[in-house]
Design a protein around this ligand. Structure first.
Ligand SMILES: Cc1ncc(COP(=O)(O)O)c(C=O)c1O
Length: 384
């Protein structure tokens, strides 16, 4: 019988799934605050556009890089909303931000090389590094500054083996938005070594405090920055699987060739949905944005009100990275909160090794459920 290669065998199953699976098996009333996707459905005008495109024959392969109109819509959105200037032919439409990241890592990390990531970090980068026969190196960011990007730490960790650095801003799991000067310093140091920065900006449209410039917009080395974006979060379109990778033309051409043998292209129907989302009425998305911001404010108030509980202020995305102020493994606390109090959070060890004692709370849920969730967390932590 054929056996899996190390590349496949070594891919770790996300530890975030542990709580998800436990919650699926539980039959009581649970407040699900571990989920990393908007609770909103895709707005109607997007669905209508996709349905009529399909009816009109958009049911075929598109070119590998995507429909010209979709690449144009992404290029215009990058420039108009985030100040990132790329011609449409420097954009490839991907199957979610995940494929964009996968392609970016494949294109930049050679076998034996390192992908550096400030921790705490979203776990999928590790598998992506493994699939490129490289390794992930997590560089812990200091808890005292709420896991703000410490450029010196990242730069000190760079070596001849460093092929790329991932900067995720706003961050999953902390909700932090990285300081532009710190990002610029990392990009400059990477460019000096001829390494890349992969800017994972899938949450950039959900930035609550301050401007939303993409990293490539304000660094002096845009050729060394690969920008990853997605319709998933800000447009409530996780299931459509539609994202993008934008950057240096040669690299984009190369990854476009590679993806011919994996996905070939993003779904034609989803590309039409993306065109409608990016170029059509923005009010439904603005409404969701305002709802997320209000929930963020609520979360900050509720965290402040619980003795011993704290978190860095979520400046973007929909996550709060809670410090429960209890000296116990976060997985134990998370299981206890689920089983005894009916509230589900993701333990910090699902996000690298930097902050295993934390719990990630997702506020992609209604105000009522968030309030109920906090009542349960408060009661649970008081009893623990
Ligand atoms: C930090 C981060 N990057 C990228 C993604 C990819 O999202 P998608 O493939 O749905 O665009 C996610 C999804 O949870 C994420 O949290």
């Amino acid at each position: 019988m054929p056996t899996p290669t190390d590349r496949v065998r070594n891919a770790e199953r996300s530890r975030i799934r542990v709580m998800f699976d436990l919650a699926q098996r539980h039959d009581g009333d649970l407040v699900r605050l571990e989920v990393g996707e908007p609770d909103f459905d895709t707005p109607g005008h997007v669905i209508d556009a996709a349905a009529s495109a399909a009816r009109d024959g958009a049911t075929h392969y598109t070119s590998n890089a995507g429909l010209p109109a979709c690449r144009r819509a992404i290029s215009d959105t990058l420039a108009g909303e985030y100040g990132v200037e790329h011609d449409p032919d420097e954009v490839v439409v991907t199957v979610g931000g995940m494929e964009a990241l996968h392609l970016a890592v494949l294109a930049t990390v050679s076998p034996g090389e390192e992908l550096l990531v400030p921790g705490p970090t979203w776990p999928n980068y590790e598998t992506q590094a493994t699939l490129a026969d490289g390794t992930l190196r997590e560089v812990p960011m200091p808890a005292e500054t709420g896991f703000a990007l410490d450029a010196d730490r990242v730069i000190d960790a760079m070596s001849d083996d460093t092929a790329a650095v991932v900067l995720t801003t706003p961050s999953n799991p902390t909700g932090r938005v990285f300081d532009p000067d710190a990002c610029r310093a990392v990009v400059e140091a990477a460019a000096d070594r001829d390494a890349y920065v992969i800017a994972d900006e899938v949450y950039l449209g959900l930035t609550y405090d301050g401007p939303t410039e993409g990293i490539a917009a304000y660094t002096g080395h845009p050729d060394h920055v690969l920008t990853v974006g997605s319709c998933s979060k800000a447009y409530a379109m996780t299931g459509w699987r539609l994202g993008w990778l934008a950057g240096d033309r040669h690299l984009i051409d190369e990854v476009t060739t590679v993806r011919e043998s994996t996905t070939a292209c993003a779904s034609s129907v989803a590309q039409h949905a993306a065109i409608a989302a990016l170029t059509g009425p923005q009010e439904p998305f603005e409404e969701m944005y305002r709802a997320f911001r209000e929930r963020r404010d609520l979360v900050v108030d509720r965290v402040d009100a619980v003795d011993g509980l704290s978190c860095p202020r979520p400046e973007g995305a929909f996550y709060a990275f809670l410090d429960p102020g209890i000296d116990a493994p976060a997985l134990d606390i998370a299981k206890y909160l689920l089983e005894e109090h009916g509230v589900v959070l993701a333990p910090g060890d699902g996000f690298g090794d930097t902050a295993p004692g934390r719990l990630r709370l997702s506020f992609a849920n209604s105000v009522d459920r968030i309030e109920e969730g906090f009542d349960r967390i408060e009661a649970g932590l008081a009893e623990y």
